[in-house]
Each structure stands twice: as C-alpha cells, then as structure tokens.
Ligand binder design. Sequence first.
Ligand code: SAH
Length: 249
Amino acid sequence: MTFAATVLTLYPEMFPGPLGVSMAGRALERGDWSCEAVQIRDFATDRHRTVDDTPAGGGAGMVLKADVLAAAVDRVRADGPARPMLALTPRGAPITQARIREIAEGPGIALLCGRFEGFDERLFEGRPFIEQVSLGDIVLSGGEPAAIAILDACIRLLPGVMGAPSSGVEESFEDDLLEYPHYTRPQEWEGRTIPEVLRSGDHAKIAAWRKARAEEDTRLRRPDLWERYSNARAQPASGARHDKEGPGT
Ligand code: SAH
C-alpha cells in the first residue's frame, strides 16, 4: 500500500527535496509512499492571487488568509483518501513518536505549512479536524522544514523501508526513554575504551546495562520524559491494580 503524503505550501518546489535522496528516496521510487505538493496560492481568488493580509490589531508581518487556506484544505480533503491533516505551527502540541507511529500505520498524511506570521486562527475553528503540531520550541521561517522532518519520521517506519525490522522498535521515545549510547570499533580511540560489558557476549548483562544507561541518561537529560516514565512504572495498569485489590487478596 502506498502511504499518500500531500503538502500544502507556498513553496511546492521544496518537495520531495531531501526526501528524494537515500532511504526515503528509494522508498519513493519503489512506490512505498507518494508525495504531492499543492500550491496554496492556486486557491486565491483575486487577480493578484493574494494569500496573506496584515494582522488585525496591528503588528509586524503578514497573516495567511483563512478563506484561501480553507479552499486548499477542502480540496485536499475531498480529493485524497481520508487521512490526518496536520498544520505546522509553534503554537501546536509538540509532535510525538507515538503520533508518528499511528500516522505511519494509516493511509497517509496531509501537512499544511505556514509562512510569515502564520495562519488566521479562524481556520482551526472552522476546520476542527486539523491538528496543530509543532516540531519543538524553536521558530522556523516556514512550515516546510517541519513537514519534511515529520514525513521523514513516518516514511522510515513504513513496512520494508528500514533495513532491519527491529531498528524501529528499540529506539528513543518508544518507552518514554532515550536510547542507550552506542559504540563501535576501534576498541580504543584516543585512549578511551568501549565499556567492557558490551564485549562480554553476555546478552542478559548487556541488556541490563543498556536499560540502566537509558534510564540514567533520560533522568539527567530529559526530566520531562523521566517523570512520565517513573509515573507509569509507579502506577501499574488498572487491570493489575484491580487484581491486587480484588477480594481474597
Ligand atoms: N508568528 C508565529 C511564528 C511564525 S513562523 C509564532 O510566533 O508562533 C512561520 C511559519 O513557520 C509558521 O506558520 C509555521 O508553519 C512554521 N513554523 C515555525 N516554527 C515552527 C515549529 N516550531 N514547528 C512547526 N512549524 C513551525
């Protein structure tokens, strides 16, 4: 099945861009995914093909018009398969690996890229199916690099795209933990050696070391993830709790 990606943008020439190269590029050639870029400006109705206007209330920059955006969004909704539509904005909830995984298991994705100061807010009131997502607490000049990042994250999870099937599951964020650190040959570099346990051949010991390092690094580097991870472990699933509290125990 082909994962259908549609990007709504003022710069369609940016796609597939870097996704035409390497693993994603080969997957595109094979037809594992498709990439359609829709020019938002094509949905402007005036002679000058205007897509933006000055912000109500004053201030710097320009705002993308709700009527033009809605026309583009409605066309993509009507034409393509039913699939999630994400608008890229720093005001959105940070995208998560869990959401990426859900999307990658579906028929595809539509991505709406902002420019200038962003979108007229009424677009999101009038089209509540649009999810507002952010790539993180940084400000880009446009949604396109964020769309490329999100597409890349989806494409690598599509069946057959990644080399080893297991390389997708043991990774950072899958368990609210960062991944453990990696090492490779040479055994000694600038006087630094690879942790001895990794050369022991003892798979149980290696797994335990990796788990401990993943927990340690998450605790030190990402207190936000660490809190979620520790809470989840402190409160067993409702079924387990029910068993413990059930009659006769
Ligand atoms: N005035 C806005 C920033 C606009 S940046 C604000 O302060 O919230 C222009 C466009 O770049 C946005 O409309 C959005 O599509 C994109 N963009 C910028 N930063 C982003 C981020 N962290 N995540 C996703 N998209 C982003």
